[in-house]
Design a protein around this ligand. Structure first.
Ligand SMILES: C[S@@+](CC[C@H](N)C(=O)[O-])C[C@H]1O[C@@H](n2cnc3c(N)ncnc32)[C@H](O)[C@@H]1O
Length: 361
């Protein structure tokens, strides 16, 4: 069963994803530096081939690719193929508009050729041994397929935030296990596909939302969404069976989980050298804006828009069709915004970004 994890389209994701940019930006210098160390192009090589995976509408992805192309151009004048992948349900129209703003190219350097690919990160996207660089940002935390395991007392596969307890909200270790196993299998599929696609010496930068020993990026965002849904259940605007069946299809990994498939003495371990692997807490633009302005309702609004950009399509697809009220989805996010405004300390948000830089052996 495929996931339905497309972002909210029509430019909405691009307008509400400064936080994701902050999370990827902190690790871009790893790859910029690694590009400078790439071997000179082989005699028969006609282009550098670069693939970004899970690019959404492209705002952040094109920004990242522009930075990498600048680094590549310092290294060689060869033309560049820059490829952007996402699920077939993605808003590719918006991506193409972003690739050609006002009819011109989004890339400042000459001889840059772009194309988009519809396909899953967890399968093969390009021919074997055809890529020199691959990146993925804030994407591979989404499950390859919609989980079939259930979590009747929470909406995300993690231990609920101890700082935002609510009666009845709980997850047991045995409930978590199938999700942890699924997330591990997904990563094995992701690395196996990239191992086939990258040339020897090719680089792979993997970054995604995650967790450290004390905090998860899922805290705050999933607490407020869960509270809003439970408030609707208690007000009989949503059936309890909906809450019990709903699981947001993402997994927030530790950096150890991110590189676990490469450290097990398997074929994958032989395919990649792990150059770097790290977890960092990154600046969150809507928190910084609150610190400067003290404007709590602006904070609640930006926080809600950020959350809405990556949760609304999933929630919309999961909602029952025969609800007693109209515009349920809009009302849920209104409730989210109100909760944030009234209880900012309960829904504190920290972005824990995890990443690894790998070289194809
Ligand atoms: C949060 S957005 C990240 C967009 C961009 N990379 C960024 O950092 O701002 C996650 C993207 O991953 C995509 N995605 C989720 N599952 C995917 C899969 N199996 N294959 C490819 N893309 C996927 C979603 O459709 C979405 O566009």
């Amino acid at each position: 069963m495929p996931t339905t994890t497309g972002m909210k389209g029509g430019g909405y994701y691009d307008a509400n994803s400064k936080e994701q940019r902050s999370a990827l930006e902190t690790f871009l210098p790893w790859l910029e530096t690694a590009i400078a160390e790439l071997p000179s192009p082989a005699a028969f090589q006609e282009s550098w081939n670069v693939l970004d995976i899970g690019s959404s509408e492209g705002g952040n992805a094109i920004y990242a690719m522009n930075r990498l192309i600048t680094a590549l151009r310092r290294h060689s004048d060869l033309p560049v193929w820059v490829l952007f992948d996402d699920l077939p349900t993605n808003d590719f129209n918006q991506m193409f508009l972003n690739l050609f703003p006002q009819g011109g190219s989004a890339f400042s350097a000459p001889d840059i050729f772009s194309a988009a690919i519809g396909g899953s990160a967890f399968g093969r996207l390009v021919p074997p041994r055809s890529l020199h660089l691959a990146t993925t940002f804030n994407a591979i935390g989404f499950f390859e397929t919609r989980p079939v395991a259930r979590l009747p007392h929470f909406i995300l596969a993690m231990q609920p935030n101890p700082h935002a307890p609510r009666e009845g909200v709980a997850v047991t270790e045995s409930e978590l296990k199938p999700f942890q196993d699924q997330a591990h299998q997904d990563l094995c599929h992701f690395y196996a596909a990239r191992a086939e696609e990258l040339v020897s010496g090719g680089k792979l930068l993997v970054q995604v939302f995650g967790r450290n020993e004390s905090w998860s990026t899922g805290y705050g965002i999933c607490d407020v969404l869960s509270d809003a849904l439970l408030d609707f259940v208690e007000a009989e605007m949503l059936p309890r069976s909906f809450y019990e069946a709903f699981v947001f299809p993402a997994y927030y990994r530790s950096v150890e989980e991110l590189i676990a498939p490469l450290q097990e003495g398997t074929e994958l371990a032989a395919a990649f050298r792990v150059e770097k692997a790290e977890v960092r807490e990154v600046p969150v633009p809507f928190n910084d804006a609150l610190e400067q302005s003290g404007d709590q309702s602006a904070w609640a609004h930006s926080y809600t828009s950020f959350l809405r950009a990556f949760t609304e399509p999933v929630l919309q697809a999961a909602l029952p069709v025969d609800l007693p009220q109209e515009n349920t989805i809009k009302k849920i996010y209104q409730r989210v915004e109100r909760l944030l405004e009234d209880h900012p300390e309960r829904y504190e948000f920290h972005f824990i970004s995890i990443a690894a830089l790998l070289t194809r052996v």
